[in-house]
Design a binder for this molecule. Structure first.
Ligand SMILES: Nc1ncnc2c1ncn2[C@@H]1O[C@H](COP(=O)(O)OP(=O)(O)OP(=O)(O)O)[C@@H](O)[C@H]1O
Ligand SMILES: [Mg+2]
Length: 354
């Protein structure tokens, strides 16, 4: 198959991941319950671009990343890398998948092994993926990796152990280790949330620079919709296992459509927005993913819920080029109903969007 520059680095269609509920609980209750961690998630990651995946705790963001990285088997769905569908779950093709799609985790202290030096952590992927032929080439490659993440002079870091470095430096090592595999896709799962506020921007700028200079496709997972706006071209909003809105980051923040996106924005610390949308801010807790609500999973918290929201999951409605949502308020099928229904706040109303 021909791979053009337009071919996305990674495409996922209809991803589903159900985890079995604890076996003892299942035996007591006598049924095979599952956690619906991810249901019908599709996304596209393009080279040289950052896509943000935002949502509250437990919405399934990390599970999506782990599915894309090949760390969990899929319950359903397909993943294509560079236009080729990934089918292998072991062997050479699977190794190629896990080499091309690398992850950076939230906790830099937990993601490095305390008994090994930094040089060991960087040598290991080079060796596993056969990317450096001899000792001299390996050393040169490790030095270059450290320079790519701005840890210089590199020689100063090679013999150190993780406990001798700060959180920010360790996260740079974790990024360098991911780059050692020469990936096409980088999945950064809340890469700065455990770091001091003062060094977060430096790390995000480093990642943004690497995306451009190496042509990486990056998925940036975060709770913080404000950093997604700053950092990502496209933002996807996840709620209870589903992506419910997506679009260009700036447009999504300026004109959020889905009531949950409005809630996320209303909850983000922003002096300009203080005091707005109290109706949404009071709107309850995330649902159980063992028995998720029928229909739209946000309906128990949604101030605009209609009858159809309680029974049928909404399809995708395109609001503007590239900006879409899954919400009955915007669906052509419920146009007549929504005329009488309470409108979403002004930022989300259809009049505002057109
Ligand atoms: N290995 C697992 N086994 C069983 N359930 C799991 C497993 N991993 C995640 N889950 C469940 O799947 C759901 C989604 O979890 P996930 O970690 O993907 O959320 P998240 O959006 O990354 O949350 P956070 O922002 O807290 O990191 C949660 O209900 C979680 O308890
Ligand atoms: Mg997570």
């Amino acid at each position: 198959m021909t791979v053009s520059s337009e071919t996305p680095a990674l495409e996922a269609h209809g991803l589903v991941k159900h985890f079995p509920v604890h076996r003892i609980r299942q035996r007591l209750r006598g049924r095979g319950e599952v956690v619906h961690a991810v249901d019908d998630v599709s996304l596209t990651l393009r080279s040289g671009e950052v896509t943000a995946l935002v949502g509250e705790s437990g919405s399934g963001k990390s599970t999506v990343a782990r599915l894309l990285a090949g760390l969990y088997p899929l319950t359903d769905g397909t993943i294509s890398i560079g236009g080729a569908t990934v089918r292998a779950t072991r062997g050479r093709l699977f190794r190629e998948h896990v080499r091309r799609v690398q992850m950076v985790f939230q906790d830099p202290f937990g993601s490095l092994n305390p008994v090994h030096t930094i040089a060991y952590h960087l040598r290991r992927p080079l060796k596993v993926h056969g990317l450096a032929k001899n000792r001299a080439a390996t050393r040169a490659a490790t030095v270059e990796l450290l320079e790519q993440v701005n840890l210089t002079p590199a020689e100063q870091y090679l013999a150190k152990y993780p406990h001798e470095l700060s959180g920010g430096q360790l996260q740079r090592i974790a990024i360098a280790r991911a780059l050692a595999a020469e990936p096409k896709v980088l999945l950064a799962d809340e890469p700065v949330s455990m770091l001091d506020v003062s060094i977060r921007l430096g790390l995000l700028n480093l990642l943004a620079g690497l995306v451009k200079s190496l042509g990486l496709a990056m998925l940036y997972i975060t709770h913080d919709i404000a950093s997604a706006r700053y950092f990502a071209t496209t933002t996807l909003v996840m709620y209870a296992g589903r992506v419910i809105e997506g679009g260009p980051s700036e447009e999504l923040v300026q004109r959020p459509a889905h009531p949950y996106t409005q809630l996320l924005l209303a909850s983000a610390p922003d002096p300009d927005r203080a005091g707005r949308d109290p109706e949404l801010l009071d709107a309850g807790e995330p649902p159980s993913l063992v028995n998720p609500p029928e229909g739209c999973r946000f309906h128990p918290r949604c101030p605009h819920a209609m009858d159809i929201c309680r029974t049928e999951a909404p399809g995708t409605t395109e609001l503007r080029p590239g900006h879409w949502t899954r919400c009955w308020l915007y669906s052509a099928d419920t146009e007549a109903d929504t005329a009488q229904a309470p409108r979403p706040s002004s930022a989300a109303s259809k009049e505002h969007l057109t």
